[in-house]
Design a protein around this ligand. Structure first.
Ligand code: FES
Ligand SMILES: [Fe+2]
Length: 346
């Protein structure tokens, strides 16, 4: 798992006032809660006294009271009350404090920063859904799905072009419409980008329903560590964007979160259709990845030697590049060429 990045801990709507919420990121149990100003805070989900999860705490104003012996913690993690001794010294001893994590809301998600020794605090805000340069408003919907699959496999699925006509047949591609394409990739600081012009939008029901087939599109698709795939679609004055994020929950479980935004079809209620479609698509990925996890355990190796597997190889090398950079290795090698064309049939 990669530390030093923002991860999605949950949808904003799941964190309700007065209701502490249990989350898990990178094997770290978290409790999220919303204070009186509506700000979300993230703390270690463990009372330092005897270990009760603070997601079971009672929220009192802007603090959490552990239900076992009533210790009370504020958003900074400090213990401000121990009923058995009446009051506690201020500042309270470090052993009685709960570790806290930076938390921010963006695009309808709560992002929590998981730091490492070199970058304990975030230096950049959380990633965000691509928007129009003029900031004009978009409608957006989101959906998520958990899967019993290791995070590497979840990330692979974001950058695996060859699975699309099979796993998502009839959604983005019809298998019989697959054709060979060349794509030009360029390097991003911790990822890669491909821009395609004159893209004919797929002749599938979802694109027809959204009446996007009115011409060709310019698409920009980015992948960046830790596991963030984002797309911009420009079709004349129409604009749509997607952010698909794979998050490590534990060594064995991952979650996908997807957000789609668009600036057209105002007043036409297509949100329900898009949400249902996103649910189906995430379910298709979850089902096939859980199968992969079952089968992979027996042999534990894979073949990544096709051109369409290049992105999966880059992803693994990008992780090494990042850790080499953090470790201060001399001249770490970014795996993505400045510019390269890759071809495959999808
Ligand atoms: S376990 Fe939380 S107060 Fe004792
Ligand atoms: Fe997929």
């Amino acid at each position: 798992m990669l530390k030093g990045f923002w991860y999605i801990a949950g949808e904003s709507t799941a964190i309700r006032a007065g209701r502490p919420f249990a989350a898990m990121l990178c094997n770290q149990p978290l409790v999220l809660f919303r204070d009186g100003q509506g700000r979300v805070h993230a703390l270690d989900n463990r009372c330092p006294h005897k270990g009760v999860p603070l997601s079971s705490a009672w929220q009192e104003g802007d603090s959490l009271r552990c239900p076992f012996h009533g210790w009370r913690f504020v958003a900074s993690g400090e213990c401000v009350e121990v009923p058995a001794i009446g009051k506690v010294a201020h500042p309270s001893p470090a052993s009685a404090c709960v570790k806290t994590f930076p938390a921010e809301e963006r695009d309808g998600w709560v992002w929590v920063y998981m730091g490492n020794d070199r970058c304990p605090k975030p230096s950049v805000p959380p990633p965000s859904l691509p928007v129009l340069a003029d900031g004009s408003p978009m409608v957006s919907v989101r959906r998520s799905a958990e899967a019993k699959v290791r995070w590497d496999f979840a990330v692979d699925s974001l950058i695996d072009p060859a699975h699309v006509p099979f796993v998502h047949h009839n959604y983005f591609r019809r298998r019989e419409a697959a054709r060979k394409k060349g794509k030009v990739f360029t390097r991003l600081p911790l990822g890669f980008r491909t821009i395609s012009q004159n893209v004919l939008l797929p002749d599938t029901f979802i694109f027809r329903a959204l009446s996007l087939r009115l011409g060709s599109a310019t698409t920009t698709v980015d992948f960046v560590l830790p596991g963030i795939h984002s797309e911009r679609w420009e079709i004349g004055a129409r604009f749509a964007s997607v952010m698909l994020v794979a998050t490590p929950l534990t060594d064995e479980r991952s979650r996908f979160d997807i957000c789609v935004g668009w600036n057209f079809l105002r007043g036409i209620p297509v949100g329900g259709l898009v949400r249902r479609t996103l649910k189906t698509i995430l379910g298709q990925d979850r089902d096939v990845l859980e199968l992969q996890e079952q089968g992979f355990g027996r042999q534990g190796s894979m073949l990544l030697n096709l051109e369409s597997d290049t992105l999966a190889v880059w992803y693994r090398q990008l992780k090494k590049y990042y850790s080499d950079t953090l470790a201060g290795v001399h001249d770490p090698q970014h795996p993505v060429p400045e510019k390269v064309t890759l071809s495959w049939t999808t």
